[in-house]
Design a protein around this ligand. Structure first.
Ligand code: SAM
Ligand code: SF4
Length: 335
């Protein structure tokens, strides 16, 4: 098997891939209005990668130079024995950062064990601080559970916690300042994400609900002094700003208004084992087919992944006036 190296994963545009987003399930206990339709069909269980298969895939990516793995979904914390997977991944030699994106519904009980398993940082999604509105936006979620989860995560001592917030015009844009206040009060970060056209949803009109990051940033700048962060703390596609006089940073992930593809360093693996080269395209490789046909053949997997990098498109072309450009939903993508 090829040994650890920095640059085994390079795409045709010279970008080096050091970051893997691994979806551990496409299922979820929430049905957020921008992510899923009310009635969803999920992947049959036998088509979902086993935890052992996920571990193998993660190990192979690390052997090729990946340094950061984010577990996501669906909701990663509803996958049975996700803690066992975290422990295995947390122990991979050469993996610098194991992190997770979660809706927080189960964090109140799981946060300490996740920390002990080797998870360094958490992104927790939160779109409203009003219980009834939170329930409407998530269709099933309980705000109090998520807030208890956020507090438990802070108490568990993660290196960094960041809230992820999708703002929909007319739905929760009146809470931008309150959400920043909440993050500042807890000494954690917050990122605002522009809604992306993934999957066909009927609940709202994405063009009407679209709110550009610049508009959100202006609102925040009217209340706080914002200093642009530089270097590693920019956190991938998120443009980060320190709020002066606080311990918090605010980020903006703007797939529509500020294309970030030039610096892309990531690929995704879906819960059914599809290696997705870009969020905004269908170019992919079926890793599950390889792993199940040739169990234990890591070299074959390595070679296939290196070759697949040739498929990585230069950029996505999201346009908030058209929808949906990609038929797969965010939960199936590994958001
Ligand atoms: N269930 C976990 C959660 O909600 O944090 C992890 C998976 S979720 C798909 C990851 C992130 O994608 C969440 O922060 C969510 O708000 C965001 N997301 C989902 N659908 C989106 C969309 N259509 N556009 C932009 N962000 C989206
Ligand atoms: Fe579930 Fe996360 Fe999608 Fe909401 S955004 S439905 S919590 S996967």
């Amino acid at each position: 098997m090829q040994s650890k190296q920095e640059t085994a994963l390079k795409d045709p545009f010279g970008r080096e891939i050091s970051y893997l987003r691994l979806s551990v399930t496409d299922r979820c206990d929430f049905r957020c209005v921008y992510c899923m339709d009310e009635k969803m069909t999920f992947v049959p269980r036998e088509q979902v990668l086993s935890l052992e298969e996920m571990q193998t895939i993660a190990e192979v990516f690390v052997s090729l130079g990946v340094r950061k793995v984010r577990l996501t979904g669906g909701e990663p914390l509803i996958r049975t024995n996700v803690l066992g997977l975290c422990r295995e991944l947390g122990a991979i030699d050469g993996l610098d950062e194991l992190v997770m994106t979660t809706n927080g519904s189960r964090l109140a009980t799981m946060a300490p064990e996740l920390k002990a398993a080797g998870l360094k940082r958490l992104n927790i999604s939160l779109d409203s601080l009003q219980a009834e509105r939170f329930r409407r936006l998530t269709r099933t979620g309980k705000l109090e559970d998520v807030q208890a989860g956020i507090e438990a995560a802070i108490a568990a001592g993660f290196e960094r916690i960041k809230l992820n917030t999708v703002i929909l015009k007319g739905r929760n844009d009146d809470e931008i300042e309150a959400l920043v206040d909440y993050a500042v009060g807890l000494g954690i970060d917050i990122s605002f994400i522009e809604e992306m056209p993934l999957g066909s949803i009927s609940e709202h009109d994405r063009a009407e609900a679209f709110m550009a990051s610049d508009e959100i940033r202006e609102r925040i700048a009217a209340r706080w002094d914002m200093l642009p962060c530089s270097g590693k703390v920019t956190d991938g596609p998120s443009r980060m700003f320190k709020l002066t006089g606080t311990d918090s940073r605010v980020g903006f992930i703007s797939p529509h208004s500020h294309n970030f593809c030039g610096e892309c360093n990531r690929v995704r693996v879906t819960a059914e084992g599809r290696l997705l080269l870009c969020l905004g395209h269908e170019h992919s490789l079926d890793l599950k087919a390889i792993i199940r046909r040739y169990p234990g053949d890591r070299e074959r997997l390595q070679k296939a992944i290196i070759l697949a990098l040739d498929l990585k498109p230069e950029r996505h072309y999201f346009d908030h006036s058209n929808e949906p450009e990609i038929v797969r939903f965010m939960n199936a993508t590994g958001g």
